[in-house]
Structure formats: structure tokens, C-alpha cells
Design a protein around this ligand. Structure first.
Ligand code: ADP
Ligand code: ZN
Length: 304
């Protein structure tokens, strides 16, 4: 049996056929076109799903379902995408029914960070623990929380949206209207913005990564602060959910060992030493594929 995973992001949509072991049989990526109506974009996704099924040589009666991961806020029970900041035109789009109308299989929708958390639990960096948190530091920041082996969903599937937890109110305004949200300080978008001001030219988070590797003094000092802020967020999560592990994924996690070590150090000082906990900070194992594999996992494991 196979499941189709669909990972919808602000910049790209990944589609994959995944088997029951979590192996990707066939995968493709199409750009997210924000200039066309969501319905037109969904038509492109349907076409891509059809193409992936054909290309992987899977028969429709072997497909147990289609799982979709998408940025929040959404309504997972009713299958709606409800106007995420990075998909601004997608206001209450009934994606589950629009996809389900074309394919005669169950369609499931889940928040993208939650889906990635399920994938890391299934075949990634958290297979051996029932209590862990997946944090993606990418265009934005989000988390998937697995507690006692169960994905924490909340009322509509939006639990874990730590990107909009306030870390430092003295920091500038966030897209959500609050001041000093985690996402407005430590996301790839935020890093690019602040670092551009530091170096006096337009840079991306990826450029910042290279400047960091070269040992640029101002960037190194600045990133130390960013890693500290991720440490602050991790301590809050540890104190709230008591996880055994925090797994970091998303593009910004490419900073790698220096980032994980800095977060681990902060966490050791403020959440482990005082309590005797042993929470480990680790890198996601599935990288860019966590989203699609997790989306497919929804069909095999029904979200738990
Ligand atoms: P998405 O947010 O669409 O899911 P990603 O998880 O790839 O996509 O996150 C994109 C963000 O990660 C961008 O801000 C990008 O600049 C940043 N990024 C990508 N590669 C790196 C890297 N090697 N080092 C630091 N940041 C990176
Ligand atoms: Zn915010």
C-alpha cells in the first residue's frame, strides 16, 4: 500500500508517493504561485498528484489516502486552510474536499510542523521517544508536539504555533501585531532582515550562514543572540511539555552543530541542571522530506 503526501509551503509544494515503510517512491516539487487563485493552484496540485501516481507505477486501488500538510492557521477537522500569513489569498479554502472530489480516497489535512513531527517520530530522529517536540525554523517558526506518543492538536489542529509566542517585547512588531514574537526575531525571514542592516546590503539567511562560516565578527555575534533566543524558546517548551528531545528542522537549521550546541548549552543551564532533566537538542533526520513523509504518514497512522 501507498499514501500520497502533499506539503504545501509559501514557496513550494512537494508531492510524493510513500510506501508503508516511509520510503519515497517518487517525488516532485512545484513552485507555489501566489499570483493565481488558490483554486487554480489546487488544480495544479491535483495534476501533480496524478503525475506522481502514474510515474511511481502505483495503482489507484493501492493508494490508501492523500495526506496534506499546510501552514497554519487551518482547521484540520473540517479540512480548511484559513488564511496563513504566507498564503495570504487562501481564506477558508476547503482543500480537503477540493482534492477529495477528484480522487476516490480519504484525504487528511494537518498543520505542516505537526506532519513533520509525525515523520521524525516514524522514521526520523525521534523514533525511540514518545515525548518530543519538533521545531521548524524556516520562513516562519512552528512546532509539532508529541506527548505520550500522541500528536497534540488542539481545537482545530493549530497547537504548537510557537512562532507567535512573545520572547522579547522590546523587539519590533510581528506580522501578527504583537511585539517580539519568536518568529519576528529568529526565523529565516527575521535573520535576513536584521543581518542586512548589520552588513549594509541585502542578504538572505543562507548568505548569513556563509558569512557565519567565514567568521564575520558582527554576524557571529548577532547569530549568538539568535541561538540564545531559540534557547529561551526551548526552555519554555521544556518547562511546559517536559519532552525528552527537541528536534530542529527547517532551512535555518542548516547552521548545524554551532546552533544545536548553543541551544543545548542554554537549555542545560536553565532547564536541565536545575531539574535533573536530560532533554537533548537534535537535528531533524529527514531534512526537506519530513513534510511530505509526515503528510503521507497521516494516512497510515491517522495522525497519532
Ligand atoms: P519553507 O519555509 O518554505 O518551508 P525552508 O524550510 O527551506 O522553506 O526555510 C526557508 C528559510 O531557510 C529561508 O529563510 C532561507 O534563507 C533559510 N535557509 C535556507 N538554507 C539555509 C542555510 N543553509 N542556512 C541558513 N538558512 C537557510
Ligand atoms: Zn507574532
Amino acid at each position: 500500500n501507498y499514501a500520497i503526501g502533499v506539503d504545501i509551503g509559501g514557496t513550494k509544494v512537494a508531492v510524493a508517493a510513500v510506501n508503508e515503510q516511509g520510503t519515497i517512491i517518487s517525488r516532485s516539487v512545484i513552485p507555489t504561485n501566489l499570483d493565481i487563485a488558490p483554486e487554480a493552484m489546487i488544480a495544479e496540485i491535483q495534476q501533480e498528484i496524478r503525475r506522481i501516481i502514474e510515474r511511481s507505477g502505483v495503482h489507484m486501488d493501492q493508494v490508501v489516502g492523500i495526506g496534506i500538510g499546510a501552514p497554519g492557521p487551518l482547521d484540520s477537522k473540517n479540512g480548511l486552510i484559513s488564511c496563513p500569513p504566507n498564503l495570504p489569498a487562501w481564506v477558508d479554502i476547503p482543500i480537503r474536499d477540493l482534492i477529495g472530489r477528484v480522487f476516490p480516497v480519504p484525504v487528511l489535512l494537518e498543520n505542516d510542523a505537526n506532519a513533520a513531527a509525525l515523520a521524525e517520530k516514524w522514521i526520523g530522529a525521534a523514533t525511540e521517544t514518545d515525548n518530543f517536540i519538533y521545531i521548524t525554523v524556516s520562513t516562519g517558526i512552528g512546532a509539532g508536539i508529541i506527548s505520550e506518543g500522541q500528536l497534540l492538536k488542539g481545537m482545530k489542529g493549530n497547537a504548537g504555533d510557537i512562532g507567535h509566542a512573545v520572547i522579547d517585547p522590546s523587539f519590533g512588531e510581528c506580522v501578527c501585531g504583537q511585539s517580539g514574537c519568536l518568529e519576528s526575531i529568529a526565523s529565516g525571514t527575521a535573520i535576513a532582515k536584521r543581518a542586512s542592516a548589520i552588513v549594509g546590503r541585502e542578504v538572505t539567511a543562507k548568505d548569513v550562514f556563509h558569512l557565519y562560516k567565514e567568521g564575520h565578527p558582527d554576524i557571529t555575534a548577532y547569530m549568538k543572540d539568535v541561538f540564545n533566543v531559540l534557547g529561551v524558546a526551548s526552555v519554555s517548551m521544556i518547562n511546559t511539555f517536559d519532552p525528552e528531545k527537541i528536534v530542529f528542522g527547517g532551512g535555518v537549521s542548516e547552521f548545524g552543530e554551532p546552533m544545536f550546541e548553543a541551544i543545548q548549552q542554554y537549555v542545560r543551564r536553565y532547564a536541565l541542571n536545575p531539574t535533573g532533566r536530560k532533554t537533548e537538542i537534535a537535528a531533524a533526520k529527514l531534512g526537506q522530506n519530513a513534510g511530505v513523509i509526515g503528510a503521507a504518514a497521516l494516512c497510515f497512522h491517522n495522525g497519532s
